[in-house]
Design a protein around this ligand. Structure first.
Ligand code: GDP
Length: 298
């Protein structure tokens, strides 16, 4: 992911190298190339506009004209603007002061929520927590079993609806899952929820009801980095529907252009907190905007 964007930006900066002074024409040509590279990588247009305007303004300021190495200074500016687009500083999970911390996962079907629940569970356990995974995705026939399988692999307990007791009502399952966590002294609850192939009113209402029933400390929007430009509109719908607190980029191991996923933080104003980079439970990392920016500009 992002290799094409990386190459394009590297080529752009190469053209500036060795220049002792940057003229306005140099800056404009550079900004134009950055703009094209971002658009070709699928970065959303409003994000590209804002980004390039900020880079242009800073590249024409004293910050660059007074720099010993103007070209290097432009790279620094692009780096810091990329960090901003990705949500600024690393944003850690917010834990509840009392009672179990509730983390709700939201997103379209196939985004990677159930897989992420297992990854988060494993990671939380490694950090010394005692997580409980709650199977509140009753939409997809296999979702409950799938969560039980990843839970077992992750060594994390799963709360699933027992046959004949509340099956069919995901809101009730989610509520009872959080109660069970409280009774059984789990300090974190990860609630897996149902998605659909596209945004739909019934699904959004269900997610909103689960939010109300479980009062989550975090509502993480899981977005498949491979879905391209749809990522931004989908994120906006979930932001409106369930008040997200953070973003998780999944399938960053793919070869898609990825720019749309990069735009989600900027468009929603919610930081990217985690990245999923494969199907295995260990293919997961805390997202650091500065490191991702460095990776893109390396
Ligand atoms: P859900 O419908 O949102 O719960 O999505 P799933 O967790 O079932 O994931 C959908 C598919 O994507 C499954 O086949 C997963 O193995 C796969 N998947 C999930 N996360 C990743 C990832 O980070 N990289 C790759 N390559 N595949 C993933």
């Amino acid at each position: 992911m992002f290799s094409n964007l990386s190459d394009r930006l590297a080529a752009t900066f190469k053209g500036l190298r060795g220049k002792g002074r940057l003229s306005e024409a140099d800056v404009d040509a550079t900004v134009r190339e950055i703009r094209r590279a971002l658009l070709d990588a699928d970065v959303a247009l409003p994000v590209v506009r804002q980004f390039t305007a900020a880079v242009r303004e800073r590249a024409l300021s004293d910050e660059v004209s007074a720099a010993l190495n103007p070209a290097q200074q432009v790279v620094k500016i692009v780096h810091s603007e990329l960090v901003e687009v990705l949500g600024g500083q690393t944003r850690r999970l917010r834990f509840a002061k009392t009672g179990p911390t509730v983390i709700m996962l939201a997103g379209l079907q196939g985004a990677g929520k159930t897989t992420l629940a297992g990854k988060l569970g494993r990671w939380l356990r490694e950090q010394g927590h005692t997580p409980l995974l709650v199977a509140a995705d009753l939409q997809r026939p296999n979702a409950v079993t799938q969560l039980q399988v990843v839970g077992e692999r992750a060594g994390v307990t799963v709360f699933a609806p027992e046959p004949g007791n509340g099956v069919g009502d995901p809101v009730d399952v989610a509520r009872r899952g959080v109660e069970a966590a409280r009774e059984r002294q789990h300090d974190v609850v990860v609630v897996d929820t149902a998605g659909r192939l596209g945004v739909d009113a019934e699904m959004m209402q269900q997610a909103a009801d689960i939010r109300t029933a479980t009062q989550p400390d975090e509502v993480l929007f899981v977005v498949d980095a491979m879905i391209g430009q749809d990522a931004v509109a989908t994120a906006q719908s979930f932001l409106d529907g369930v008040e997200l607190t953070g973003v998780v980029l999944s399938k960053l191991d793919g070869d898609a252009r990825g720019g749309a996923a990069l735009s989600v933080a900027s468009v929603t104003g919610r930081p990217v907190m985690f990245a999923s980079t494969g199907e295995g439970l260990a293919d997961f990392e805390v997202f650091h905007p500065d490191r991702m920016a460095s990776r893109i500009l390396d």
